[in-house]
Design a protein around this ligand. Sequence first.
Ligand code: XMP
Length: 510
Amino acid sequence: MDHQTIVVLDFGGQYNQLIARRVRECSVYCEVLPYRTPLEEIIAKKPIGIIFTGGPNSVYADNSPRIDRAIFEQGIPVLGICYGIQLMAYTLGGHVVSPDTREYGKTITYYDTECVLFKGLPKQGISWMSHTDYIDALPAGFTATAHTDRCPTAAMQDPVHKLYGLQMHPEVLHTENGIAMLRNFLYEVCGAMGDWTMGDYAQTAIDALRHKIGSGKVLLALSGGVDSSVAAALLSRAVGKQLTCIFVDHGLMRKNEGDEVEAAFADRDIHFVRVNAGERFLGKLAGVDDPERKRKIIGEEFIRVFEEEAKKIGHVDYLAQGTIYPDVIESGAGDAAVIKSHHNVGGLPDYVDFKEIVEPLRLLFKDETRALGRELGLPDYLVDRQPFPGPGLAIRIIGEITPEKVSILQNADAIFRAEIANAGLERDIHQYFAVLTSMRSVGVMGDGRTYDYTLALRGVTTTDFMTADWARIPFETLDLISRRIVNEVRGINRIVYDITSKPPATIEWE
Ligand code: XMP
């Protein structure tokens, strides 16, 4: 591979992968390595620069991560961030203090714009700080190039040896111009040329998968969502026929969705198995109206169908999953993890005979996953798909589910989505869908009385789906959607729009 490389040395901070992602955004290849990686190994990668991440420690703690000072003597530019700047100062003979108070959050920071890191930036800006210790005496050869009201060394440099440090976190968006600072380091200090693209990323990932999987067999549960679709596309390029994708169509997808997924994968050179299990799922769900019971039934049935199909294949070497980086963070602790485990179809690994799990998207963020999907030739309707719950329309039909209700909801939801697209609002509303309330009310159509269902429309704006606001869809658009649905979908005579945020409501109705 003949592209330039940045090595990100991981000291245990929470934003490590975010730094890597920002470097990739600047079109530079990078690898995250543990801080203990031997210096020879780092040098062997011929990096054009090294970035030290933050970390939770104080440099004076007994077991805090240290670094061999020789790393600064290779002529390779180094940028230390947060713990990284303190470690650089400490290792090179400066002094770090541990005061009683800490500096946390958005902080006004004053920059010396003569310093190449701040080239082209305003003289001050908000930056995101998260530290207690700070550098109060610089190592020989260094000057301070930024400060805050509390911290005299918010940045430092030794341009002769190409050593730089930032106390703030340039990788988080709360730091104004943070990406410009990183870009300056990459392009002005390290001489980056921007020779890294998503196409290169795909090729590297494909090579790595080939190397790992060899001639082994891989099995992937394909849901049709963005992540599993991109994982399937990547694996199909890497190992072709060694990959089997099982797509369990539970009959509760949106209109045409099952066919769209099949169309995207059927002519790839893989074993693609679509199980049309709609009747089977609806049979199990007949007469059930409790939301939790519905979820449970679908989850269990899904595993059963998957297991039956997997048995036909026999032993596989690898079970692939479309886990992306935010899932990795969320599976740490807290509410997110709990919500996920109950929402998602869990337990697959217990039911399938395999050796190891492969997660080829594990280090990517959502928008990078989408970009990779595009690179691999997946159609926009798959790549831009909004989140869709595992249990599908089952939790958007309140109460008992019947084939008739599924069809009514699919048709109404398709009109809603089409009109949001026509109005050019697709990117402004992060999730939108119709809910069949199963409540009936009296209406009048033509000269006759109707007694039909009320349909609810839901649209939300959100960054993380943990909290959400209801989307201000223009009245004219809502009006058009309402008229079209009532005119075109039999069984609906009333439309309401959900104007509750989350909390107190949730995004889905069940
Ligand atoms: P709620 O309704 O909890 O939804 O506010 C938050 C986000 O999660 C999605 N969601 C699910 N996703 N399986 C999933 O994979 C599920 O069972 C499930 N339930 C809700 C929901 O669409 C929203 O984006």
